[in-house]
Write a protein that binds this ligand. Structure first.
Ligand SMILES: NC(=O)c1ccc[n+]([C@@H]2O[C@H](COP(=O)([O-])OP(=O)(O)OC[C@H]3O[C@@H](n4cnc5c(N)ncnc54)[C@H](OP(=O)(O)O)[C@@H]3O)[C@@H](O)[C@H]2O)c1
Length: 208
């Protein structure tokens, strides 16, 4: 994120990290079982979410999980276009139409149905656990970050603060959602480590 807490500009531009930080992120990706993102991130960034810049520790990419209540993920998104070679899971809710689910499955993606309206993350995570995905890296965006934090399932928060300011009241911040009314309700964390990168980026490692 930028110093003003934005993870994207008002236009959705989110290329904030340096190459050095991207290497760190890809190393982290290579150490987890799965990466989870919200559908807005997929619609705006069209990410691949694979391990590329470095050689993978485990020799294969982690699974990619998209929370997408209606199954809106485009069939020509980079994630679905590679679903036959990288494990891809789309978590939808009961409001997703059968024909959409059928089309998603035809790409090679696994579709999990969890929740009635919005995706029920608790149900989705226990399903992922049963499938063997225990160590999961959430890569945003702000709405998904809020839901996971509010649910109390986050044990570590790693945030790179880039020495930039972009402003914009509609620019997405690290944690969106409804938020808490009182500071006394805030989620507390313990700062475990700080990494200072050459370009002025700070990588903060918190435990919850
Ligand atoms: N700088 C970075 O590191 C970084 C990383 C990631 C993203 N980003 C940026 O963040 C922006 C997108 O973030 P965002 O906050 O708008 O959206 P998001 O978190 O990517 O996706 C939110 C959407 O996920 C779906 N969802 C389903 N179940 C959910 C649940 N239980 N909790 C939360 N979401 C659920 C909802 O859409 P449905 O109702 O349709 O299911 C919801 O609107 C983009 O601009 C992207 O570039 C930046």
């Amino acid at each position: 994120m930028t110093v003003d807490g934005k993870i994207a500009t008002t236009c959705g531009n989110s290329r904030i990290s340096s190459k050095q930080d991207l290497i760190r992120v890809h190393e982290l990706r290579s150490s987890v079982d799965a990466i989870i993102v919200g559908i807005s991130t997929v619609l705006i960034d069209d990410p691949l979410l694979t391990v590329r810049i470095i050689r993978s520790n485990k020799g294969k990419d982690p699974a990619r999980v998209v929370v997408d209540s209606d199954g809106r993920i485009p069939l020509d998104s980079r994630i679905l276009k590679t679903a036959h070679r990288v494990t891809t899971i789309v978590v939808v809710s009961e409001r997703a139409h059968d024909n959409k689910i059928h089309k998603l499955r035809s790409t090679g993606a696994i579709v999990i149905i969890a929740g009635r309206e919005m995706v029920d993350l608790g149900e989705a995570l226990s399903c992922l656990k049963k499938m063997g995905f225990k160590n999961i890296l959430a890569e945003g965006g702000g709405e998904l970050n809020w839901s996971l934090l509010d649910l109390g399932v986050v044990d570590q928060l790693i945030v790179t603060v880039s020495p930039k300011l972009v402003g914009g009241r509609s620019a997405t911040t690290l944690v969106e959602g409804d938020g808490y009314e009182k500071i006394s309700q805030a989620i507390g964390m313990e700062l475990k480590k700080v990494l200072r990168q050459n370009n002025g980026e700070l990588v903060l490692f918190y435990e919850l």
